[in-house]
Design a protein around this ligand. Sequence first.
Ligand SMILES: [Zn+2]
Length: 288
Amino acid sequence: MVDKDAIRSTVGDMTLPDSGWARAICPLCVESGWDGTNQNLSYNVDSSYFYCHRCHAAGYLDSGRQRLPAVVRVKAAPVAVEPPRLPPTIFALDGSTRSAPFVSYLLGRGVSWEAIQGACLGGVDLGFYQDHLIVPVVDQGYRYQGFVARNIKVKDYRYPKGMDRVLSMFNAPRLLDPAPVLIVEGVFDALPWWPHAVACLGKPVPKQLAIIAAARQKIFLDPENISSQRGGNSVIVALDHDASHESWAAAEQLKLMGVDAHFLQLPMGHDPGTAPPHIIRDALERLR
Ligand SMILES: [Zn+2]
């Protein structure tokens, strides 16, 4: 028979974390002569369930499974969420010598000057992000969220710590433009199609699809756009060729959320950054 009074006097003095699970030195282990310092006893404040990971004593402290009144639940301090800072040595890309290697890399990947300036691309030539092109990411309201860094000499992407990649999308403000939007995976799939493409920074996740749908509905229902036939509601999902079925599935999900969604199958081995441009241009044109 487990000595519940010993457990009760131990947990009665404890404050509990917000999770509802607390840890303590097991009084039963101590009674049996153990003199370690591991907090082997787990106690759940909501159910009054206890379990010792060492002696395996277990049970409910209160028959009615009520919470012990003596126990105080402590709310965990909220964690301040601040977007990661841009590298301190970043500079804006322009016609300078310093910018030249970054600009020629971008032009080589089909990124226009209009995109370089519109997307506020930057470069870093010393420190942790040396040789990295910096692609800032903002939300629909142009609030800064973080950045994607791509090395221009070797294939290396860096995402700064603290960036919410699930909710962030490159060029998200475009979701609020009535013109058809291309939904792609990476920033280099989107940049050659500036300003038409929004990048999910990977395959789109359900939360991103919900954000896309909400934005398209908002612009679709705007009285200024309502007279136009399709304005604001069209998207084309164009993930890399190896994710064609995921493009299709994402488009189907967007349709269920009220969006005029289409998917574009790219030729074998291609992504939107390398596919023959007319394929994407024609798809966008058809929806205008
Ligand atoms: Zn024990």
